[in-house]
Design a protein around this ligand. Structure first.
Ligand code: NAD
Length: 382
């Protein structure tokens, strides 16, 4: 009898021990998961469903960052979030929110604690429209940035990467253009917002705000993700050259106009520095690492993000035809007001100090843009 009782006691003790062990394991898994969750660096990407933003979200996720997107969808669609997930395998948190909504941003930062840095893409970007609607551009592009800078210290957000542009150089006196070249009077309200935003960032940091900033001056971003799940989706008639080329090649547009062949360049057409969008996206990840790892030499830094290669418009058309095998219907027309004759980057500072270099060939980049256009047709878009 005593023997049976002892056995019974022993098996009860074993059961209790096993149960306690299970509870401990579950608590352990829960705690580890929770700690991992709060340790993962959270990055806010404004304008993250847009062209450059969506590619950058993927590169951030590939590098282990947890990404939160806000976008007011004024120039993009929410289904971009699905496509980001298809590429990276991770669904980013997405909030439909306007950067002009100060209280909305404040509430978001309170809810999504632990955001370490912001990449600020959200802006209106059509040069022509900015001439017609300057106040819309000044309000959207300036107030959005001011709201973010104002809220960052309150929520302990250390750094911001800002999307600037080579438009700040106007027609540079010396080529290739370095970051030290003088800023020329802007040709449009859009260009002016980039110049003023750079000054707003400098003045805010100089005032002692606990903010670190990197301003990336993009040259001409083109191309799409090699998976063809992400790319540039212009609203209406494209403002940028490559979507116009691919839309003409696929038959949506009848003919491409090349504006002017009497410029002081080898073939008479304008020269630009075309940068692959995935290469550009990677520059943002490096900039974020630099801020979070405290590697900056100055609290505000500026880098040219270009290839260092100037290609004429006719060079680009030839490269498109060569890499895709598709003939392009184009004609030379008169010059267009406001076009800069030639500009390309000196990317030495970005190459040597930031540790970033453009790597994708122009042929692969143009092929990716073409594959994106073909995929859009498959999806019944345009
Ligand atoms: P995009 O229009 O594709 O992306 C911008 C995104 O911001 C869009 O999804 C839009 O809906 C969103 N947005 C606009 N205003 C907003 C607001 N107030 N609140 C929330 N979301 C808002 O443009 P893009 O080509 O990806 O450009 C991104 C950034 O890079 C912009 O700041 C642009 O000025 C700059 N930039 C672009 C180029 C270029 O050629 N694409 C060149 C130099 C600089």
């Amino acid at each position: 009898m005593t023997c049976i009782q002892n056995n019974f006691k022993a098996s009860s003790i074993v059961k209790i021990l096993l149960r306690s062990l299970m509870v401990l394991i579950i608590i352990h898994i829960f705690v580890v998961h929770f700690i991992n969750d709060i340790m993962k660096n959270r990055i806010l990407v404004t304008g993250g469903t847009g062209y450059i933003g969506s590619h950058t979200v993927v590169e951030l996720q590939n590098s282990g960052y947890e990404v939160i997107i806000i976008d007011n969808l004024s120039n993009s669609n929410a289904d971009v979030v699905d496509n980001i997930e298809k590429v990276s395998g991770i669904r980013p948190e997405f909030f439909e929110l306007d950067c002009l909504d100060y209280n909305g941003l404040d509430q978001l930062f309170t809810k999504m604690k632990g955001i370490k840095a912001i990449i600020h893409f959200a802006a209106s970007k059509a040069v022509g429209e900015s001439v017609e609607k300057p106040l819309l551009y000044y309000k959207n592009n300036l107030v959005s940035l001011i709201n973010l800078l104002d809220l960052m210290p309150k929520h302990g957000i250390e750094g911001i990467v800002f999307s600037s542009s080579c438009t700040v150089y106007g027609q540079p006196d010396e080529l290739p253009v370095t970051e030290n070249a003088p800023i020329k009077k802007a040709e449009s309200p859009y260009g002016n917002t980039k110049q003023i935003n750079e000054e707003i960032i400098r003045d805010t940091v100089a005032s002692g705000a606990p903010i670190k900033a990197i301003m990336l001056r993009y040259f001409n971003p083109i191309g799409a993700h090699p998976t063809a799940f992400l790319g540039e989706l212009p609203n209406g008639v494209p403002q940028n050259l490559v979507p116009y080329i691919t839309q003409t090649a696929i038959g949506i547009r009848e003919q491409l106009s090349v504006f002017g062949d009497d410029y002081d360049t080898p073939d008479g057409t304008c020269i630009r520095d075309f940068i692959n969008v995935v290469d550009l996206a990677k520059a943002h990840v490096i900039a974020i690492n630099r801020i979070l790892e405290d590697k900056q030499k100055e609290k505000v830094e500026v880098f040219n993000i270009g290839t260092g290669i100037g290609l004429s418009i006719l060079d680009l058309i030839n490269a498109f035809e060569k890499s895709t095998g598709v003939k392009l219907n184009y004609k030379i027309v008169g010059r267009r007001a406001g076009d800069i004759e030639k500009v390309w980057a000196n990317p030495d500072f970005a190459n040597n100090e930031l540790g970033w270099k453009a790597g994708t060939s122009i042929e692969d980049t143009l092929l990716s843009a073409w594959n994106w256009q073909l995929k859009l047709r498959e999806r019944g878009i345009q």
